[in-house]
Design a protein around this ligand. Sequence first.
Ligand SMILES: [Zn+2]
Length: 132
Amino acid sequence: MPDCIFCKIIKGEIPCNKIYEDKDTLAFLDINPVNPGHVLVIPKEHYKLMHDVPDETLSKVFIKSKDLMTTIKKATKADYVAVSIVGLDVPHFHVHLVPRYFNDGMAAFWPTKKYNEGEAEKLAIKIKSLLK
Ligand SMILES: [Zn+2]
């Protein structure tokens, strides 16, 4: 994808602080970290959303993410490393690995809502009925 910032990083047209690279995946520091040590893990092929990524490639991205979490936790002395798949902030599928601290003041990644009476049950039934 010519206009994709992550594809440009993969091609070396835009610099990054690279953490890891193999033939299928690339991991680098997010330039706007939630906390220092915030890493993005991406497939080297361009896919917009998680459900676009072939299973084999997706497996490689997540297995590498799991591996990197341990190292990031050690390097940053974080209490844990949160995993987030946000969506369209950059339209090239990516996994956020975010070092978190029990006292970092971020209660949650996003605000939550409440279901109306009976709404959750109905939605669960609808989603289950559409499973392949
Ligand atoms: Zn891309």
